[in-house]
Design a protein around this ligand. Sequence first.
Ligand code: ZN
Ligand code: ZN
Length: 257
Amino acid sequence: MIDLHNHTTLCNHANGNEEEFINEALKKGIKYYGFADHAPMEFDYEYRMGFEDMPLYEKRIKNLKEKYKNKIEILLGYEVDFTPFVDKRVLERKVDYLIGSVHFLDNWGFDNPEFIKEWEKRDVDDVYKEYFYLIKNLASSKMFDIVGHIDLVKVFGFKPTKNIKDIAKNAIKAIKKANMTIEINTAGLRKPVNELYPGDELLDMILNENIDITFSSDAHSPSQVGFKLNETIQKLKSKGLNEAVIFKNRQKEKIKI
Ligand SMILES: [Zn+2]
Ligand SMILES: [Zn+2]
């Protein structure tokens, strides 16, 4: 089992210490376990670590990697917001991988329950178009290794009237062209939408394109580590997937599942 997207208390909206996360991963039989906490940026700073925290974060994870090296392979990454201001201090860190995510349309944190009211003022089709346009640009930027929760825009269950495959088509093409990996992220199964990221239609499109896949629970507490990963991996295997990928020093490695 692979679980590459997990947070730590440094982001100010997670709980449990890193070792509790790892113990849970061991209990669930995860072999490749990655931390990818929210990278710092000048904006939305209360929901992430500060720039000065990066060395501390990396040191903590590297120490745990060493301590648990005979039991589990611990990997180090960041989840980076794709905004017009991606900070090169983050992009330059020596880590195993970077997950690129879109959580903001301009200044609107559309997945934050605090700002859910804004959805009522918006045209849902337009929100989806804007979101997937940013995902396309994220891929074309070639800054990241993995696309985070590719259809996060559906988190509260607002769905477009247009077909999602048409809306996401150009983004998927750009991801393929950039040779990026897409995470199958189970967090959507504990959100109002109650679906995997990506949902079934996008998932089939991604598998048809032979885009590389990895897995994640997006845990913000130890109990969420490996959340519904077993059944999710089984689901992907039943669709014909037999390998997934991990990253070490920004290099992709294929793993049989
Ligand atoms: Zn978070
Ligand atoms: Zn995220």
